[in-house]
Design a protein around this ligand. Structure first.
Ligand code: DLL
Length: 436
């Protein structure tokens, strides 16, 4: 029989038992950071909490939050909780918005992380019969190393491709009969596009599933990738700070991602007040890592906005599910004084195009006034259409943007293939104002 869980006991554990396990681990973890990380001890003292106050998960809310700013302040060794001699690896964020965050791992931490990724691969139907092509970046980025490790654990034949050289990716995919593809959703779409351009169809490849994450993607994009590659596309979530991909993963139901609660306690808070919100509310996701040794995080504010649900899942897993992140509390652009989330723009594009086209939001400043442009790539068919119909589309998009955002954007419909494709995370927003 096909194996559908990597760790059945954990993945289908009764919620009450899971809470007990989390409580035990939390108590131990709090003691560990108090004893070994002066930075944490100071934060806890400032909040008037000691390890004796934390008797279980019900006391979690007493602990201080940790943010990216703390990690930057502590850079590079300030939050390390074990001697360097016990660490075997670092990984790091791309550092596009400031100083890099460096995360440390003991061998035990690597094992747990790879185990989380193995759960994701198994949930996507992966077994030791599979050929798993990993096209996330390798190196400091966690995508490649994480899925690579998970794929080894499952026993798949692993192709450590990293990203780039798309035609070669497709050649390998055909020659080695890859069955599982791991990369960012934007790169998956690009691989699909290239496959068709090379004159092939999904019947020419052997892929059955893809595990895509590291950036926001919509249901429509899922359908598009599934169509282009003839696969089932599964979401995977994680962040460098909490180890990397595999904090949460999607199952066959494809209705949100199960959080690996034996390793991470999830909370949803109001991003403005820090208040913990009841289950089912939309808010900022906060994680406490209860099994990591080298770089444990207590109540780490991810800035990702989502909803948690405990509704029964058809796959049988009892692990809480998170929705796709709906934006980031720090992703918000303020253009001409108006709050704008890139996801709002994507919603308009979806409606007017029936699929998410390639697009880029460009914000700049002329004198003291913000300029706001949305570049949208049109398809080959539309490019051949009359100028009049293109103008009509431009007008419609412009009107819909005003309706949703309340401000006007310059809409530029651009030629097919003129917006650079991404082999890693797609760059959707170019805010030139920050460079000044
Ligand atoms: O992106 C880890 C990862 C690698 C996840 C491969 C999945 C697959 P960072 O570079 O530190 O780590 O970026 C973390 O990316 O806070 C989210 O905002 C975003 N993100 C990650 N996964 C998803 C997803 C990796 N499935 C940040 N959907 C997170 C939406 C995601 N956003």
């Amino acid at each position: 029989m096909e194996k559908i869980y990597w760790n059945k006991e954990i993945e289908t554990m009764e919620h009450e038992d899971m809470k007990k396990l989390q409580s035990e681990r939390l108590v131990k973890q709090v003691r560990h950071v108090w004893d070994n990380v002066p930075y944490y001890r100071r934060l806890m003292e400032e909040k008037g909490v000691t390890p004796d106050d934390i008797k279980g998960i019900e006391d979690l809310h007493k602990l201080p939050f940790l943010s990216k700013a703390d990690l930057r302040e502590g850079y590079p060794y300030g939050l390390l909780a074990v001697p360097l001699s016990e660490c075997v690896r670092i990984q790091s964020t791309s550092g596009t918005t400031g100083k890099r965050v460096v995360a440390f791992y003991t061998q035990h931490d690597i094992d747990l992380w790879e185990d989380c990724c193995a759960r994701a691969i198994t949930a996507a139907g992966g077994t030791n019969e599979d050929v798993c092509q990993v096209c996330y970046g390798y190196g400091l980025f966690t995508g490649g190393p994480g899925l690579n490790g998970g794929s080894h654990k499952v026993g798949c034949l692993t192709l450590p491709m990293s990203s780039g050289n798309t035609e070669r990716q497709i050649q390998f995919m055909m020659d080695l009969k890859s069955t599982i593809l791991c990369c960012t959703p934007s790169y998956a779409a690009y691989i699909g596009e290239t496959l068709h351009e090379m004159g092939y169809t999904p019947d020419d490849i052997h892929l059955k599933a893809g595990i895509f994450g590291a950036e926001p993607w919509t249901e429509e994009m899922r359908q598009e990738i599934e169509r282009l590659l003839g696969i089932k596309a599964y979401d995977i979530y994680g962040l460098t700070e909490t180890s990397g991909p595999g904090v949460a993963f999607e199952c066959e139901a494809q209705t949100g991602m199960h959080i690996n609660e034996d390793n991470f306690i999830a909370e949803i808070i109001d991003p403005d007040t820090g208040e913990v919100l009841p289950e089912g509310s939309k808010g900022e996701l906060v994680f406490t890592s209860i099994t990591k040794e080298a770089f444990p995080l207590l109540r780490y504010r991810t800035r990702d906005i989502c909803v948690l649900t405990r509704e029964k899942c058809s796959c049988g897993r009892t692990l809480v599910k998170m929705t796709k992140p709906m934006g980031r509390s720090d992703d918000m652009l303020i253009i001409k004084g108006v709050n704008v989330f890139p996801s709002q723009i994507e919603t308009v594009l979806l409606k007017d195009f029936n699929a998410t086209p390639n697009y880029q939001i460009v914000v700049d400043r002329a004198g003291n006034v913000d300029t706001f442009e949305i570049k949208v790539e049109i398809s080959d068919e539309m490019f051949d259409d009359t100028i009049k119909s293109v103008e009509q589309l431009e007008k419609k998009l412009s009107a819909d943007i005003v309706q949703i955002l309340g401000i006007r954007a310059k809409i530029s419909l651009v030629e097919p293939k003129s917006i650079p494709r991404s082999e890693g995370k797609a760059v959707r927003v170019i805010d030139r104002r920050k460079l000044v």
